[in-house]
Design a protein around this ligand. Structure first.
Ligand SMILES: Cc1cc2nc3c(=O)[nH]c(=O)nc-3n(C[C@H](O)[C@H](O)[C@H](O)COP(=O)(O)OP(=O)(O)OC[C@H]3O[C@@H](n4cnc5c(N)ncnc54)[C@H](O)[C@@H]3O)c2cc1C
Length: 466
């Protein structure tokens, strides 16, 4: 087989890349290799501001892509080998595909704690299959240990019901990947599960079509934003959940203990011992190269394929996007990479644009504007959360000022300023500040004269800077 553009991976990065290429190059052949019979597509894309977008991720059959774009062909299989001298790849069933351009979007795998090896009581969460396993085991569990302090762990601690939860975090405040100690304090009341939040009641019926995966295929891409809505994430306790947090702790060992009501004992680095039914390891992801190559890619220390400002790897005509790559260009001041849906989509789209540009011998390809400003919108503990720019003072060497305002259980807004100029912000709740904040970061206006009023609730800063 052969195609001008071959893309590996049916996750957000791969599918966005294929769709953008189909738009730019309607007359060229495109092959998408997907390990799963289902792929991930972006729907309901909504521009909240110039750089902040929100969207849903839907799992859909590969036909939805091939019916929409005549020049796209989807093949089920795994990438086994790349030959960059003769420009072909080998996928499952020994199928050989010649390419002019190859884009690798094979994502990453959960980085489980080392004690997870061969231990059926330790689970990780990545795709629909792993959630099925988790939900089934949780239903029989009275006590679970959740390890990790990022988005997945925070979401689980908030969403799991009827279970005693012991949350093991290595930092001294919760959700440290996204927020500072002040904001985590703001979230603390949400952990008291007896006050039921509306979004924690019975799962909302899903009106979207759900597809079943053919059992012969491998499991698919990382989950979409509303992954928990299809699952009862309930344990076996009669009472609502309770949460105990173990700060500055990591798992030291996990032992089987048949003498106890609980089958396993988790020993923490602090010496604490927890008896429980299940351990969930939510400690991030790591890309793995599971195929043969005849030339080695230039890799980051965590095994990501390093790409330049046009998403090109160190090997000619091979590009990469999403969780499997590392943005190896000089980043703009207010942007940095993070393994998120938003960035997987942006990189997939942009890699397509760059491949098409190279194919058409365009001399200058301007880098996409989305790499100017870091933005992330999500929900944590039932609140809308928007992160902009250097929201945690990243890159500022502790040389910055913080302004913040908080109304308990309502909103939390934090601004990071350096030399009177706004560098980043955390907006929790319906603050309505995102557009103004975005403009102030991008324009780097000197805010020194207005500092006192920036977060004054009686001053409408949107009006002020209009
Ligand atoms: C439970 C969970 C919750 C998350 N929550 C959030 C969140 O709230 N917000 C957010 O922004 N991000 C979140 N993320 C992260 C987000 O899902 C990822 O950053 C994003 O999905 C990465 O997209 P990708 O296309 O690069 O990789 P993936 O979605 O992992 O897709 C990679 C694809 O490549 C395929 N593949 C792998 N190896 C091969 C091979 N050898 N041959 C062929 N195909 C292969 C895989 O099967 C898969 O289909 C979450 C992740 C998880 C697991």
């Amino acid at each position: 087989m052969e195609a001008t553009f071959v893309i590996v991976g049916g996750g957000i990065a791969g599918v966005s890349c294929a769709e953008t290429l189909a738009y730019y190059e309607p007359n060229e052949s495109i092959i998408l290799i997907s390990e799963s019979s289902l792929i991930k597509t972006v729907t309901n894309l909504l521009a909240i501001t110039q750089s902040i977008t929100s969207f849903n991720i839907e799992e859909t059959t590969t036909n939805s892509l091939t019916n929409k774009y005549q020049n796209v062909n989807v093949l089920n299989g795994s990438l086994l080998e790349i030959n960059d001298v003769e420009n072909f790849i080998i996928i499952s069933k020994n199928i050989k595909i010649n390419y002019k351009y190859l884009c690798l979007c094979y994502g990453a795998k959960p980085k489980l704690i080392p004690q997870a090896k061969n231990n059926p009581f330790v689970v990780g969460i990545r795709d629909t299959d792993s959630v099925d396993v988790f939900a089934e085991k949780l239903a029989k569990s009275k006590k679970v240990v959740i390890v990790g302090n990022g988005g997945i762990a925070s979401e689980l601690v908030y969403k799991i019901q009827n279970t005693e939860i012991e949350w093991v975090i290595k930092d001294n405040h919760i959700t440290a990947t996204f927020v500072d100690p002040g904001a985590s304090e703001f979230f603390q009341p949400s952990l008291k599960k007896d006050q039921k939040q509306p979004d924690l009641l019975e799962p909302i019926p899903n009106k979207r079509m759900r597809y079943e995966e053919d059992a012969t295929y491998k499991s698919g891409a990382a989950l979409g934003p509303d992954w928990y809505k299809h699952f009862q994430i309930k344990g076996a306790c009669e009472l609502p959940s309770s949460v105990k947090i173990h700060y500055k702790s990591e798992v030291f060992d996990i032992l089987n203990d048949d003498s106890s009501e609980y089958p396993i004992k988790v020993i923490l680095t602090t010496g604490d011992e927890i008896y429980c039914n299940l351990v969930v390891s939510a400690t991030g992801v790591e890309p793995k190269i599971e195929f043969k190559t005849n030339t080695n890619f230039k890799l980051s220390p965590s095994n990501e394929i390093i790409v330049n400002e046009t998403m090109k790897s160190s090997i000619p005509n091979i590009y990469a996007a999403g969780d499997c790559c590392s943005a190896g260009w000089e980043h703009s001041k207010h942007w940095f990479p993070m393994k998120l849906w938003t960035q997987a989509r942006q990189m997939g789209n942009y890699a397509a644009k760059c491949m098409s540009g190279d194919f058409n011998k365009e001399e200058v390809i301007l880098q996409d504007f989305c790499f100017e400003l870091f933005t992330h919108t999500t929900r944590l503990f039932g609140y809308k959360v928007i992160l902009l720019g250097l929201y945690n003072g990243q890159k500022l060497d502790n040389n910055y000022e913080i302004l913040f305002r908080m109304t308990k259980e309502h909103e939390y807004a934090k601004f990071i300023l350096q030399d009177g100029r706004l560098q980043g912000a955390v907006l929790i709740g319906d603050t309505d500040l995102e557009e103004t904040v975005e403009n102030l970061i991008l324009s780097q206006l000197d805010l020194s004269p207005y500092k006192e009023d920036l977060l004054n609730p009686d001053v409408d800063i949107e009006d002020y800077f209009d």
